[in-house]
Design a binder for this molecule. Structure first.
Ligand code: NAD
Length: 337
C-alpha cells in the first residue's frame, strides 16, 4: 500500500484526498490544513486524520473543537509520497520540508516548472516521473490540452496547435474573485502561459495559445484549431478521441449545449461535487477542412487534474506502468463518461 499525505486541503487537495482514499493500492494517511473551516470539519467527519499545516495555528483548531492528529511534519515523515495542494507559489516554500524528511512530493500547476524534476501528464509522459523526487502535475488547462494533443499527434501528426482558452473567472467558492462582470483578454498579448506550459510535456510541439477570462465558474472552454500532417475525415478524429478514456466525446443527442448542462449531467450522474474528470469534447464541433481540425472542449478546472495526481503517485513510486495505472485510477474513481 502506498502511504499518501495531502498537504493543502482546498479545491484540489480535498478532491485528491478522496481519490487517493478510493484507490485499493493506496492509503490516505491524512491531510494538512492551515485553518479550521468547513472543509476541515468535513475532513474530520469523513474520518480523515487532520494535521495542522502551520504549527503556530494549532490553537485555532482546538478553539473550534476540531481534533488534530498532529502537525504537518509528522504527516510528511510518515508518507511515502506527499501531494502538495497549497495555493500557487506556496508549494515552492514547502519543498524544503519534503526534502528534510526525504519524502518525494507532487506539486500542482500553479508552481513554476523550475521547481521540479519533471512536469506530468499521465497519458503523455508518465514514465518521466518514475523515481523523481519533485513532480508537477500540470494545470487544469494544460492537462486538458495535453490529453488532446497526445492521441492527435499519434494518429494524425501535428504541424501546429492554435488554442483560444476561454477561462472561468473563478472557482465556485472563490468569492474573492467576484462579484464580476467583465471579459478580459488575459494576457492581451500572445501567448498566454498555457502554450509554453504544454511544451513542458511536448517540447517539440508548435503551439500558440490565447487566453480570455469570463465571468463564469463552471468550466473553462477551449476553442481549438490544429493543423495536422494528414487530412483525416472528421469522423476518424471523432473515433480516435472517443477511444481515449479521459476524453468524453459528447454525443449530440444528449442535448448538452454548454457548461451549465454539462455540469447538470455530472450532478445527475452522481459525480461527487458535480466533478467532470474528463475533457468534454462536443462531438458535432469536431470538423476538418483539409489539414485543419477544429473543435470545442470543456475543461472542469476543479477536477480534471485529480486522476492525474493519482497516476503521478504511482509513477513516482514506480508501482505501475501508465496503462495499468490509468485503468486502476479510472475504475476506482468511477470514471464512466
Ligand atoms: P485553494 O486555495 O482552494 O486551496 C489551497 C489550500 O491550501 C487552502 O486550504 C489553503 O488554506 C492551504 N494552504 C495555504 N498555505 C498553505 C501551506 N503553507 N501549506 C499547506 N497548505 C496551505 O487552492 P486550489 O485551487 O486547490 O489550488 C491549489 C493548487 O492547484 C495551485 O497550484 C493551483 O494553481 C492548482 N490548480 C488549481 C485549479 C483550480 O481550478 N482550482 C486547477 C488546477 C490546478
Amino acid at each position: 500500500m502506498l502511504q499518501v499525505g495531502v498537504n493543502g486541503y482546498g479545491t484540489i487537495g480535498k478532491r485528491v484526498a478522496d481519490a487517493v482514499a478510493a484507490q485499493p493500492d493506496m492509503e490516505l494517511l491524512g491531510v494538512a490544513k492551515t485553518r479550521p473551516n468547513f472543509e476541515a470539519e468535513r475532513a474530520v467527519k469523513k474520518g480523515y486524520r487532520l494535521f495542522a499545516a502551520v504549527p503556530e495555528r494549532v490553537e485555532r483548531f482546538e478553539e473550534a473543537g476540531i481534533d488534530l492528529a498532529g502537525e504537518v511534519e509528522e504527516l510528511v515523515e510518515e508518507s511515502d509520497v506527499v501531494v502538495d495542494a497549497a495555493p500557487s507559489g506556496i508549494g515552492a516554500g514547502n519543498r524544503e520540508l519534503y526534502e528534510e524528511y526525504d519524502t518525494p512530493a507532487l506539486y500542482q500547476g500553479g508552481e513554476e516548472e523550475a521547481l521540479v524534476d519533471t512536469s506530468f501528464n499521465a497519458r503523455s509522459n508518465f514514465s518521466e516521473a518514475t523515481g523523481a523526487d519533485h513532480v508537477r502535475v500540470v494545470s487544469c488547462n494544460t492537462t486538458g490540452l495535453a490529453r488532446l494533443v497526445a492521441p492527435i499527434e499519434e494518429g494524425f501528426g501535428i504541424e501546429k496547435v492554435r488554442a483560444t482558452l476561454v477561462r472561468r473567472g473563478g472557482d465556485t467558492a472563490q468569492s474573492d474573485r467576484g462579484p464580476i462582470n467583465d471579459v478580459l483578454p488575459d494576457p492581451i498579448g500572445l501567448p498566454s502561459h498555457h502554450g509554453p506550459d504544454v511544451k513542458t510535456i511536448f517540447p517539440d510541439l508548435e503551439i500558440d495559445t490565447l487566453g480570455l477570462k469570463v465571468p463564469a465558474t463552471l468550466t473553462h472552454t477551449h476553442s481549438i484549431n490544429i493543423t495536422l500532417e494528414s487530412e483525416p475525415e472528421a469522423e476518424e478524429v471523432r473515433e480516435a478521441l472517443a477511444d481515449e478514456s479521459r476524453l468524453f466525446v459528447i454525443p449530440e443527442w444528449l442535448g448538452i449545449d454548454g457548461s451549465g448542462s454539462l455540469k447538470e449531467f455530472a450532478l445527475d450522474a452522481g459525480r461527487p461535487r458535480g466533478d467532470i474528470w474528463e475533457n468534454c469534447v462536443w462531438g458535432e464541433s469536431i470538423a476538418t477542412r483539409g489539414k485543419d481540425l477544429y473543435l470545442f472542449q470543456a475543461i472542469h478546472q476543479e477536477s480534471d487534474v485529480v486522476p492525474e495526481n493519482v497516476d503521478a503517485l504511482r509513477a513516482v513510486a514506480g508501482t505501475e506502468d501508465a496503462t495499468t495505472s490509468i485503468e486502476r485510477t479510472n475504475e476506482a474513481m468511477g470514471m464512466d463518461f
